[in-house]
Design a protein around this ligand. Sequence first.
Ligand SMILES: [Zn+2]
Length: 98
Amino acid sequence: MTPVEILLAPQALTLVWPNGSATLSAQALRAACRCADCRAATLRGQPISVPTETALAGLEPLGHYALQLRFADGHERGIYPWAYLQQLAVASDAAAFR
Ligand SMILES: [Zn+2]
């Protein structure tokens, strides 16, 4: 499923899907980054260090399957396939309702 609309704000990314919309905070997206650096840290068992002032600075669509997000701190190699973004949205909804 591909989003019909993508809204970028410094503190959050909103994805509008054909069956609803989801908002993910800059903080959550940064913590879920899967770029080579963050993946290496995770493999070493280190938490991904998320700056407290994380903001989104831009995005680049990658073909029809993913977004590459750029953060204000210069972190910009994370690739977020649609399915992964949907998973994150479901996870953050679940957390919000707890
Ligand atoms: Zn990263």
